[in-house]
Design a protein around this ligand. Structure first.
Ligand SMILES: [Zn+2]
Length: 133
């Protein structure tokens, strides 16, 4: 029997983005898809230099699970680089901490820890054109 996948916690929204090599015919090659939890494992371990135990705590999962996610992410990243394929980041099995908003005007993404104090204005440009992530 397959165990249900535990939802991983993210403290930042992940970018919905595709990286594509230039000067290369990638259209005929299958894209490599990095899930949001894999993107964040790379961010926490390779970019923010947390160890696996620290990264596991941030994402609310066990150390063996973060190691497994991280190894998958590294393999996918290497595959995209070595095989010169597009790399996309997509939603995986994750949820965001707190209430996250994105400003339609300046593109800023921000977290509101206490919704009672939220004035529904972007803290960067004061626009009221926001949407919940
Ligand atoms: Zn703004």
């Amino acid at each position: 029997m397959v165990r249900p996948i535990k939802i991983r916690k993210l403290y930042l929204p992940h970018p919905t983005i595709t990286f594509s090599p230039i000067n290369s015919n990638v259209a005929e090659k299958k894209k490599v898809t990095l899930l949001s939890e894999e993107y964040h494992a790379l961010r926490l371990i390779d970019y923010e230099l947390l160890n696996h135990s620290q990264a596991a705590k941030v994402m609310g999962i066990s150390r063996p699970t973060i190691t497994r996610i991280y190894e998958k992410a590294r393999k996918k990243l290497a595959t995209a680089l070595i095989e010169i394929r597009e790399l996309e980041v997509k939603e995986g099995n994750t949820t965001l901490h707190g209430s996250w908003y994105k400003c339609k005007v300046c593109g800023s993404e921000f977290n509101i820890p206490d919704p009672d104090l939220f004035q529904e204005l972007c803290p960067v440009c004061n626009s009221s054109e926001l949407y919940k992530l």
